[in-house]
Design a protein around this ligand. Structure first.
Ligand SMILES: Nc1ncnc2c1ncn2[C@@H]1O[C@H](COP(=O)(O)OP(=O)(O)OP(=O)(O)O)[C@@H](O)[C@H]1O
Ligand SMILES: Cc1ncc(CO)c(N)n1
Length: 269
């Protein structure tokens, strides 16, 4: 029998600058030797300095993109990124259930690093009812977790309680990312599966080139899930991948440049 080619779908927004969103996801899938597909939810006019325009895609077309790839090609794992509005969120939840996509990574993207809203404010809390319950892994950064939980998460104890809330809402695993915790010497993320907490710790690099770190991290988790790796191992491998991508930034653009998706190859060469 021929080897199965792992395939992953990203349901997210397009970043014309190529550092975040769909573009970061597809680059990550490709680097990890996973066949990448996309269902675009919004088109952003964006570069390393910020977002200058957004066109949200008709929810019906989002649904049709998912139908098209699932019915013909098949999806071993999928992720969501920028969702833009509640109608798109509803249709994604419907399709994930219809096609029983179990390996779903939900990256609850709300605001870009440059401060632009990527999900309408009224829709933010709906993530708890609509998408988080379907997640194999949910990957909030600290500000997103604080919005969803409704209180500050400065202390480790509060983060642990927050992680339990994500499991109570139905996610199978959660990673609360610590990239925004600039006071910490390390870049530390908290993983929880409802039973055991695991701290993922890596060197924190002094750099302004962190555009698309969250997208790249969640895409790497998705790629490893598509390959059949366990969620904890997928998160560990993704942490290594994003650390390498941040440690060799690309000097591109005048603002917050992108991470380097091919940095992981240096380990092998
Ligand atoms: N300066 C840094 N050095 C090392 N690792 C980092 C750094 N900044 C973020 N990370 C790591 O990158 C991953 C993504 O985390 P982060 O909190 O930046 O996501 P995010 O805010 O969702 O990103 P974005 O919204 O810009 O795409 C996490 O594993 C985090 O620990
Ligand atoms: C399209 C898109 N998705 C996600 C992010 C989050 O970094 C971004 N800046 N742009």
């Amino acid at each position: 029998m021929m080897n199965h080619i792992p395939r992953a779908l990203t349901i997210a927004g397009s970043d014309s600058g190529g550092g975040a969103g769909i573009q970061a996801d597809i680059k990550t899938f490709q680097e990890l030797e996973v066949y990448g597909m996309s269902a675009i939810t919004a088109i952003t006019a964006q570069n390393t300095l910020g977002v200058t325009g957004i066109q949200e895609i008709d929810p019906d077309i989002v649904a049709k993109q998912i139908d098209a790839v699932v019915s013909d090609i098949g999806v071993d794992a999928a992720k969501t990124g920028m969702i833009a509005n509640i109608e798109i969120m509803q249709i994604i939840a419907e399709k994930v259930k219809q096609y029983q996509i179990l390996n779903l990574v939900v990256d609850p993207v709300m605001v870009s690093k440059s401060g632009h809203s990527l999900l309408e404010e009224e829709a933010r809390l709906a993530l708890k009812e609509l998408l988080i319950p379907l997640a194999m892994v949910v990957t909030p950064n600290l500000p997103e977790a604080e919005v969803l939980i409704g209180k500050p998460l400065d202390r480790l104890e509060a983060r642990k309680e927050a992680a339990q809330m994500f499991i109570d809402w139905g996610a199978k695993h959660v990673v609360i990312k610590g990239g925004h915790d600039k006071n910490k010497e390390k870049a530390e993320d908290l993983f929880y599966d409802g039973k055991e907490f695991v701290t993922l710790s890596a060197e924190r690099f002094e750099t302004k080139h962190t555009h698309g770190t969250g997208c790249t991290f969640s895409a790497a988790i998705t790629a490893y899930l598509a390959k059949g790796v366990s969620p904890l191992e997928a998160v560990h491998q993704a942490k290594t991948f994003i650390s390498q991508a941040i440690s060799h930034p690309l000097q591109i653009g005048k603002g917050h440049g992108p991470t380097n998706h091919w940095a992981h190859r240096m380990r092998r060469e």
